[in-house]
Design a protein around this ligand. Structure first.
Ligand code: ADP
Length: 546
């Protein structure tokens, strides 16, 4: 087995070359410099030397010189394998020393192996001849010195270049640091002028949390210095009211896992036992290092919270008062109707027993007033019922319902010819609150009769119903006095009357609209003065099992 000595001061170079050559079945000896190599060569016979040039203690040139001086070593083929000495003058000098090959790093493994194989296959005599052709020692030394100086100069130039580059890099770093400090100062100034705390919060993949920025607002809002909560988030968490800590932590985890904005209102301790309401909002993002980073703000929420609490209290008081008022109106109205009904009965009885015309006239007037009052109370009861009672879903046969409603209002017209038409198209079973719809239809039909045009020979009222595809559209058209455009917008307001002919309460349409809306429907109209009015109702089919 052929023995190869490799000399190189770099551990990794030795390792690579050794591995390569051992797989080619060579026995490899290695040395870290020329001196070590020389010792090895003098004790152990070798078949070839592969040496680096730039090495400590003794370089490759010196090793070559020593080998060629030594009669026992001079026949061993000598290969320079270098990365630093690559000048043609270096090669010429190396070959001049008696080296057999001058190879520059890096080379493909197979080329190195081939070179070594060729060298080993060469007849010994030619090698010996090369050794004999050495120049005398003085010349060699002179050339060696020149080579070293040349190398030194190149190295010096390289170092100078490196030095300049380093200086530039340091200057650039200083400039960047200065810019950073400046922008940090700017951020601090800007965030300090914001009425709240601006912060940057982070969570590491292992769950560790910390503040990477806290603005000066912390002094005022949280009663702590930014430095006190900067870094580990434990200090900040210890300020959260114990009752809210769990939900605060859960909300942070939720925001982190879904990368969705965080928003929380919680109490923070200002001093033992003294809390302040704080609102925190922030937007998270996932960083390349796996951390989640939130940019956000904390605001003092105390005033809004106080306002909110007051508002909530007032609201529940109002709801209570309203409810009580509703109950009172309902029972008062209810109780008032009974004496009115007796009064109407008594008036009618007295009328029957009186022949006096003047008395009859007065009794009629009394009756009319009582009827009006009764109508007003009835409407208030309707309104109250609509507010209080649950919606009852029941099957509605539109044909029958319209007839019933018409029959209950038609007696309002005592002296004028009246033509009533209805067109019903009911394509599906319809469910809604029959009682509520009756209240609305009664009001609209009664108005159609009430606001008739005395100029016209007959009252004409037409009702169209079209119930299909989940809703009913009801149209109630009359040929009455009509409503001027300016009044149409206000017609559904409470106590609004569009004409002085009206002796009503101005409640009917208000209640009708309110009732229809309770059923999820709509009420609107179209009207022209002197021509007539059409009211439209849209009522959703409440389907029994919907
Ligand atoms: P009331 O009839 O008791 O005055 P409503 O709320 O029912 O109260 O009606 C409000 C006003 O709308 C009436 O005063 C009347 O001027 C006008 N109005 C309602 N329906 C009609 C109608 N069909 N034709 C003309 N005017 C109407």
């Amino acid at each position: 087995m052929k023995r190869i000595l490799i000399a190189d001061d770099k551990e990794e170079n030795l390792y690579l070359l050794r591995s390569l050559l051992e797989t080619e079945n060579y026995l490899v000896l290695s040395a870290a410099n020329g001196s070590e190599a020389l010792d090895l060569l003098r004790n152990t016979p070798c078949d070839i030397i592969v040496s680096d040039i730039l090495m400590p203690v003794m370089d490759g040139f010196a090793l070559c010189i020593e080998c060629k001086k030594d009669p026992k070593l001079r026949q061993i083929p000598f290969i320079f394998y270098t990365a630093t000495y690559t000048d043609p003058k270096d090669e010429a000098f190396a070959l001049g020393l008696g080296a057999d090959r001058f190879l520059t790093k890096p080379l493909e493994p197979e080329i190195i192996v081939k070179e070594i194989q060729q060298m080993l296959a060469r007849p010994l005599v030619s090698v010996r001849n090369n050794g004999e052709k050495q120049e005398d020692e003085k010349v060699v030394l002179k050339l060696y010195n020149q080579t070293l100086v040349r190398k030194l100069e190149t190295k010096m130039a390289e170092l100078e270049l490196l030095n300049t580059q380093l200086k530039e890099q340091i200057a650039e770093q200083k400039r960047t640091q200065k810019k950073l400090r400046k922008s940090e100062k700017l951020i601090r100034e800007i965030t300090a002028s914001i009425p709240g705390v601006v912060y940057q919060f982070q969570m590491e993949p292992d769950g560790k949390m910390f503040f990477s920025f806290v603005s000066d607002g912390a002094n005022e809002i949280l009663n702590v210095s930014p430095e006190a909560i900067y870094g580990d988030a434990q200090k900040a968490f210890s300020m959260v009211h114990p009752e809210e800590l769990k939900s605060v932590m859960e909300s942070i985890q939720e925001s982190a896992s879904t990368i969705s904005p965080w928003s929380k209102i919680f109490r923070a301790t200002m001093q033992p036992g003294v809390y302040k309401w704080i609102q925190g909002v922030s937007v998270p993002q996932k960083l390349e290092n796996g951390n989640i980073l939130w940019n956000g703000t904390f605001f003092d929420y105390s005033e809004i919270k106080e306002y909110q609490t007051n508002l909530e209290n007032k609201n529940s008081e109002l709801i209570k008062a309203n409810d009580e008022l509703d109950r009172f109106v309902y029972s008062a109205s209810h109780d008032m109707r009974a004496p009115l009904t007796s009064l109407m009965g008594l008036i009618n009885l007295t009328k029957e027993e009186t022949a006096n015309d003047e008395m009859q006239l007065r009794l009629d007037m009394m009756n009319e007033t009582v009827v009006k009052l009764d109508d007003f109370i009835r409407k208030i009861l309707d309104y109250s019922r609509n507010k209080r009672q649950e919606i009852i879903k029941e099957s509605i046969a539109w044909d029958t319902l319209i007839d019933d409603c018409w029959n209950s209002v038609k007696f309002h017209n005592t002296n004028k010819k009246c033509v009533f038409n209805k067109h019903i198209q009911q394509m599906e079973d319809f469910y809604s609150d029959k009682n509520r719809i009756s209240i609305v239809l009664n009001n609209l039909l009664a108005n159609a009769l009430k606001y008739s045009d005395c100029e016209k020979p007959a009252i004409e009222i037409t009702v169209d119903v079209n119930a299909h595809e989940g809703k009913a559209i009801v149209k109630i058209a009359d040929n009455g006095i009509g409503i001027s455009e300016e009044h149409q917008e206000r017609i559904f307001e409470m106590f609004f009357r569009a004409t002085n002919i009206s002796t009503g309460s101005g409640l009917g349409l208000y209640i009708a609209k309110d009732t229809i809306e309770k059923l999820g429907g709509r009420l609107w109209l179209s009207s022209e003065l002197g021509t007539g009015t059409t009211f439209y109702l849209e009522i959703p089919n409440a389907f029994l099992y919907a």
